[in-house]
Design a protein around this ligand. Structure first.
Ligand code: TGC
Ligand code: FAD
Length: 469
């Protein structure tokens, strides 16, 4: 589809029109503009440098300052799908992994996900496909896990969620919420028993924290674990909104121990094989969001577990909240994938769809929407990447995870809504991916800590005052 020709630039400071590209050349920054030092400043900086003792760094400094004057030619082309060239910040290994997951999404998720969404299912056999690529528990070391960097895990989440939030949810829950607590807090026996099968996708896990009356405030949970005279644990309670609950082989369930027992009422994690008598997981139906994902209740009625079913390495809310850090990290990347898919769908559609005898992409109002979406996606991706680099460097703080989860999911939801409007009536059908992403993102906005809870975590981080109660 040929693009509508635009008028030649009239601003004399604009560069020459690039006739090959058919688009106006970008404005070249002049000294003193857009962060480029003015000529006097540059001369002052160079004069200062010339009085300093010669060291190996100085020629480089002077060369850099010279380059900053804007004499180096700026390329006039950008990739509309990566305008800031964020890809250039990724290593070759990261690009390879990113491309491999993107291919999996293209081949195995995108052709069918609309039907999965319509039918309200997520095929459990995808677990083995994810496992064969090493995506399950991929940032964990040993026990059959791939042991990648955190950034690599994030990039995989981004690509999966560009397919569907349900696919990313599956991988998040398996790796960050079910495998991570066993890996971080489990006994050697628990790790050997569960992790290799989970990494391969032969065993599916779920994470039971939320309850019908205990969502944003999980420490108010009512599920109990008491010991009897044999030393066995007996669990009772109901968990709600549990991803993968009905298809899981193992559930990591968080419960409050007996206040009169040795744990004095602490929250502990339990590894519960889902075929244990007294355990059931009825599926939750009638969702209009995250439909390509199984969501369930977990009902525990006198579920008897051996003494060694408890995760020995953690006691208290730090246990489940540590797992949430891992999953929230992945969501910060994943949301950018969903947003990117919406932006790209809107961009493609706007170039194809004609009204008033022109592509709708030629209207200024549409371009404003596209540019706002593009900028938001790129900015969010940079935030996620920065988060990944901090996690890999071991410097990441939990409020920073909240920053990215809160802002990137909010961004993705706004992008999805804007993209939906660009698609007009077509935007309301699952023939196009946008409304599926938009609806999914309503769940992502709520789970793993709502937007409000992350706002309050950040509020506390910057004021020192907790405002949860
Ligand atoms: P608080 O009193 O502040 O702290 C209790 C203990 O926990 C420690 N802690 C953390 N540890 C690790 N990571 C974190 N992010 C932590 N935040 C707190 C803290 O240091 C303390 O440790 P210690 O050793 O001194 O006892 O905790 P609180 O109970 O008042 O909680 C505060 C609040 C509101 C932030 C927390 O409850 C919260 O994050 N609520 C949101 C609940 C939530 O996110 N639920 C998610 C459920 S799972 C899910 O949604 C899966 S979706 C799956 C999919 O992708 O499909
Ligand atoms: P509530 O906590 O009742 O909150 C309702 C509203 O009140 C929200 O807007 C909230 O932000 C606001 N609010 C609450 N407290 C405050 C406050 N102090 N200040 C200001 N506003 C406040 N949980 C699991 O354990 N495992 C899973 O696998 C899992 N998967 C999920 C999958 C899906 C599709 C969904 C939708 C949820 C899932 N959840 C899971 C549950 C999810 O974590 C909770 O829904 C979430 O923590 C919010 O709890 P709630 O729904 O009870 O809302």
């Amino acid at each position: 589809m040929p693009r509508t020709p635009s008028k030649p630039p009239t601003n004399p400071r604009r560069g020459a029109r690039d006739t090959n590209a058919g688009v106006a050349a970008p404005v070249l920054a002049m000294p003193g503009e857009y962060g480029v030092p003015d000529t006097a400043t540059t001369e002052r900086m160079q004069a200062t440098a010339s009085h300093l003792p010669a060291t190996s760094a100085l020629p480089f400094l002077v060369a850099s300052l010279t380059a900053m004057t804007g004499h180096a030619p700026l390329t006039q082309q950008v990739d509309p799908r990566d305008v800031l060239a964020v890809d250039a910040l990724l290593s070759d290994e990261e690009l390879l992994l990113r491309d491999t997951v993107r291919q999996l999404v293209t081949d195995r998720i995108l052709p069918d996900v609309g039907e999965w969404f319509d039918a309200g299912t997520f095929p459990a056999e995808m677990a083995k496909e994810f496992g064969s690529l090493g995506l399950l528990g991929m940032h964990l070391e040993g026990y059959g896990c791939a042991g990648t960097s955190a950034t690599a895990y994030g990039l995989a989440c981004l690509e999966l969620e560009a397919g569907d939030s349900g696919a990313r949810s599956f991988v998040s829950v398996q790796g960050s919420l079910a495998m991570f607590p066993i890996w971080a807090f489990g006994s050697e026996e628990q790790k050997q028993r569960w992790l290799p099968g989970m990494a391969a996708g032969e065993l599916i896990g779920c994470f039971g924290l939320t309850e019908p009356d205990s969502g944003s405030d999980p420490s108010s949970m009512l599920t109990t674990a008491r010991t009897d005279s044999s030393g066995d644990w007996i669990l009772n309670g109901t968990k709600m909104w549990i991803t993968n609950g009905s298809i899981a082989d193992v559930a990591v369930v968080w419960a409050t121990t007996d206040p009169d027992g040795p744990d004095v009422g602490a929250v502990r994690g339990f590894v519960v094989p889902t075929d244990t008598p007294g355990f059931s997981a009825p599926e939750i139906h009638r969702k209009v969001s995250l439909r390509a994902s199984v969501t369930s209740e977990l009902v525990l009625t006198d579920v008897r577990l051996p003494a060694d079913a408890v995760l020995p390495g953690v006691s208290g809310m730090r246990g489940p909240l540590s797992c949430l850090n891992e999953a929230r990290f992945g969501i910060s990347f994943g949301a950018c994938g969903a947003a990117r898919a919406c932006y790209e769908a809107a961009l493609d559609y706007s170039l194809e769809r004609r009204q008033f005898d022109r592509p709708i992409a030629s209207f200024q109002l549409t371009q404003r929407k596209l540019v706002d979406m593009m900028v938001a996606v790129q900015r969010g991706t940079l935030v996620a990447l920065h988060l990944g680099r901090m996690k890999d460097a071991g410097t990441l703080a939990t409020p920073q995870v909240s920053f990215a989860k809160m802002d990137n999911v909010r961004m993705a939801l706004e992008v999805a809504r804007e993209a939906r409007s660009v698609l007009g009536a077509n935007g309301i059908t699952t023939e196009y991916p946008v409304i599926r992403h938009m609806n999914n993102l309503e769940s992502v906005y709520t789970y793993e800590g709502t937007n409000e809870i992350h706002t309050l975590i950040l509020g506390q981080a910057i004021t020192g005052i907790p405002a949860f109660e």
